[in-house]
Design a protein around this ligand. Sequence first.
Ligand code: UD1
Length: 417
Amino acid sequence: MKRIIIEGNHSLTGTIKIGGAKNSAVALIPACVLASGELTIKNVPNISDKDALIEILNLLNVSVKEEDGILKINTLKIKNNIIDEELSNKLRASYYFMGALLGRFKKAEIYFPGGCNIGSRPIDLHLKGFEALGAKIIKEDTKYIITADNLKGANIYLDFASVGATINILFAAVMASGTTIINNAAREVEIENIAEFLNKMGANIQGAGTETIVINGVKELHSAEIEVIPDRIEAGTYIIMGSLIGKNLIIDGVNPNHLTVVLNKLKEMGVKLKVTDHQVILNRTSNLKAVNVRTSVYPGFPTDLGQPMSVLLTQAKGISQFEETIFENRMGHVPNLQKMGAVIEYERQHATFHGKCSLHGAELIATDLRSGAALVTAGLIAKGITIINDAEHILRGYERIIHKLSNVGAKIEIVEV
Ligand code: UD1
């Protein structure tokens, strides 16, 4: 087990450089199997989810060269092997191989994906989308065998604007015959990045980033190059840390347009921040105002920042209401924050914060990736020592977090226990 240890209350000053977006990279890597040739992905974040996806590519006999955040992926000798349960289970994004292998070979054999335990997270919308395109699905316990004689364009409506289902259907449809329309598609900026990559490979996709995506099927896809967009969730997490304990802390390499709702919410709380076209500069704000936060699909307040944002709510004077609308089980950080002295009442997807609370160090457990990020945030402002167990979760999505925070003055280390 990995454990993060933080001595709190040291100002963060200097520059934190933001990496490539996890949720984009974890779809761009599987997207490569749709093409025959050499694919280049730049600005890939150094996170453990990326390593797990490379393991899957290796299993498929795809060669991967990695240097300085650039992946060169050669699919010329690809074999459509079964993706075993252990690999499928390592992360959520393994499910992108369902759509990608189905799109390329008309067959995918893979197990139910892993990922953070933040709700039941079914994949019914992905599967219904594949079926609409003509696929047949056999489920053997947790294994899925998805096959199609022919994939044919269809008019698909998603009951919920799911990020994963939108991308997976895109993958399956890109070489289907005719036109596919995804209605009520997710509008996350990562989807635009993925559609751009597919179009560079020769696909014909319009409307990515809006609620209607139109895909005109093409015969085959070829070599291409793409750069991963900046990680808005990583940036948002460090922006929240800067609001709490920054001293001219510069968050660099951000696209502020991807964080409009978050930055507006911080301004509403009274956070002192300066925004340029690629940086956000922050100073600790001591008299934060209570606000209400409700997560929702893009462009709403991102569910992935709800947990780090909770720490800011513990420091605002008055009562803040928080509502998580996407996942049923995203309050794993709350009992931990209570242990540190935060006054929070919560029930399922609602929490009421009574601020301002003085936080003290405690021994905590990271229940999932973003709850782990919230605990690191809390540890940075707490009096004394904070110990975060099960810190592996955090490394799945925050590249070199210990290095990035130490570099700006945090007293933080990670140990193996
Ligand atoms: C992705 C992100 C995750 C983010 C989430 C919402 C990746 C790898 N993960 O997760 O970081 O928190 O978007 O922004 O990109 N649902 C169904 N049936 C389905 C699919 C989804 O009921 O077939 C439900 C889910 O249970 C959840 C909601 O829809 O309640 C949103 O899920 P979705 O947008 O699909 O999230 P993920 O793709 O799992």
